[in-house]
Design a protein around this ligand. Sequence first.
Ligand SMILES: [Cu+2]
Length: 175
Amino acid sequence: MKLIKPLIAALAMFVSVTALGAGAHGDGHASKSGEAGKPSEASRTITVAMYDNYYEPESIAVKSGETVRFVVENKGNLVHEFNIGTPAMHEGHQKEMVKMVEHGVIQGGKLNRGMMSMDMGDGQSMKHDDPNSILLEPGESKELVWKFSDKADIEFACNVPGHYQSGMYGNVNFN
Ligand SMILES: [Cu+2]
């Protein structure tokens, strides 16, 4: 039974890290993060690489009202998300993504896309098709066009359980 102790230690660590992270940014501040942008209105392209567990670049600067085309590449070994939202939005989404892991939709480096359209029994599915977010397996790449309508407290973040807590988020600075 040599395996059990380290496993319990790892689990305990995960739980305490998760508890620490929850509410760290939860100021209840309900500002909007912008809206889906039109590709024809994008002023420029920003390439974002996702690793285990951080982004490159670590932060971005935009102008109020600017539309940006993001090319997001997963260069890590785990499933990662690129989600543009307020800290409160990320906190809410993290709870949904815990369910995706519990149901086996996300398994480390694998994304079970077939399961994402399944009804989870409560009329909800795990489609994960919000316009402010993309979820990628290792090696995948996808585009997202976003309009930063108004200056607000916005972060891009990965809400796969444990990733935000280990630092996988970056600031959107308005200039
Ligand atoms: Cu991640």
